[in-house]
Design a protein around this ligand. Structure first.
Ligand SMILES: [Zn+2]
Ligand SMILES: [Zn+2]
Ligand SMILES: [Zn+2]
Ligand SMILES: [Zn+2]
Length: 357
């Protein structure tokens, strides 16, 4: 058996669990939670498998190929998988993804150990609504991972994933009552200047946005609880408002222009302040590099001057330091950078070894 066919088997299993989880939602919510969680774990393992099969084996046991194909091995937990995705595959989960998936694990464990049938119809409805929120937000993040960041691994299954996506989004019916109840509250907030947009996870017009331009803010969906970090700008080509969600990539609805982190950084940079500072020999307003996401010149100093924002991963930092070797500003710890370099140079050590070649 090849690594490729094992990957195929893992993904098909993950789809199968998801499919069951959707079918069971109404009648058997407990199994829906358990199977949904299993599917998420399997997708993360599949991503590890695409890198190397041994990553799927828990570090509590040595990897052994014969045992592995026989299915006789201890597989990684969600925490271990997240750790390896970050450190080995170098395509880790965001904090938002990790925390959302982790909540699923907690809930699953509670279901397995303490679930008791709901006694009243009302209690039943409450339970289904809680699960619908949880699965919609987790699926929103997982679906994006599989079809976007990890598309190169999962593209062969895009049709099946679209099918699951359609079926899973039907869960939002269970949240209609929540949205209806929120009607007056949403109207009140709109009257006060808040802007509501369609929530990408539950589909209701219940995601509250700020009307500030060029500032990082947190949105929250009043129905499903999804929270995202956003920045809105005016498209420099057509003036339409473009909202960036959690990352520096977006498309303008007005003219179709595609934005990347470097464009967003350009928009956010305070040209006036940067220019005056540069004239005075102060380079701290120059764009820097992000050690969290490896963004090149994506970190800009915010207007008030005491915070720095990465236009790629939306990380916020208190300071930047110069790399001792290449002199670029960087968000990471630059203490040993003269010797070891930064994410964008190899330092003196790299320089010396190049000379030896
Ligand atoms: Zn929502
Ligand atoms: Zn535009
Ligand atoms: Zn970053
Ligand atoms: Zn450097």
């Amino acid at each position: 058996m090849s690594q490729q066919s094992l990957l195929k088997r893992l993904v098909e299993n993950a789809m199968d669990f998801l499919s069951h989880s959707i079918d069971e939602f109404d009648e058997h919510p407990k199994y829906s939670v358990i199977h949904f969680h299993a599917a998420v774990e399997l997708f993360l393992k599949a991503r590890l498998m695409a890198e190397h099969w041994s990553l799927v084996v828990s570090k509590r046991k040595d990897p052994d190929w014969d045992n592995f194909v026989a299915g006789d091995f201890l597989s990684v937990t969600l925490d271990e998988a997240a750790d390896k995705l970050d450190k080995v595959v170098r395509s880790g989960l965001t904090k938002q993804e990790f925390e959302t998936f982790r909540r699923l694990t907690k809930h699953r464990n509670k279901m397995v150990h303490f679930f008791h049938e709901a006694v009243s119809a009302e209690e039943n409805e409450k339970l289904r609504r809680a699960i619908a929120k949880e699965q919609l937000t987790a699926w929103y993040l997982l679906h994006k991972l599989l079809t976007d960041r990890w598309a190169n691994v999962f593209s062969s299954w895009s049709a099946a994933l679209e099918d699951i996506d359609k079926r899973l989004r039907k869960l939002h019916e269970f949240l209609q009552v929540v949205f209806d109840q929120l009607g007056p509250e949403i109207q009140k907030r709109e009257a006060g200047g808040a802007i509501f947009r369609d929530c990408p996870s539950c589909g209701f017009r219940s995601q509250e946005h700020s009307d500030e331009i060029g500032e990082l803010y947190e949105t929250q969906c009043l129905v499903c609880g999804l929270t995202d970090k956003c920045i809105a700008i005016e498209c420099p080509d057509c003036g339409t408002e473009v909202v960036f969600v959690n990352e520096g990539f977006a498309k303008c609805d007005g003219c179709g222009r595609d934005f990347e982190p470097e464009h967003l950084a350009d928009e956010l940079i305070d040209d006036g302040a940067a220019h005056i500072a540069a004239m005075e020999g102060d380079d701290s307003w120059q764009p820097g590099n992000c050690s969290d996401c490896d963004g090149y010149h994506t970190v800009v100093r915010l207007d008030d001057g005491d915070k720095y924002l990465c236009a790629s991963c939306f990380g916020v930092f208190d300071s930047m330091e110069c790399c001792g070797w290449c002199n670029e500003l960087n968000t990471g710890d630059m203490e040993h950078s003269y010797w070891a370099g930064c994410n964008f140079c190899d330092g003196k050590a790299g320089w010396d070894s190049d000379k030896d070649d």
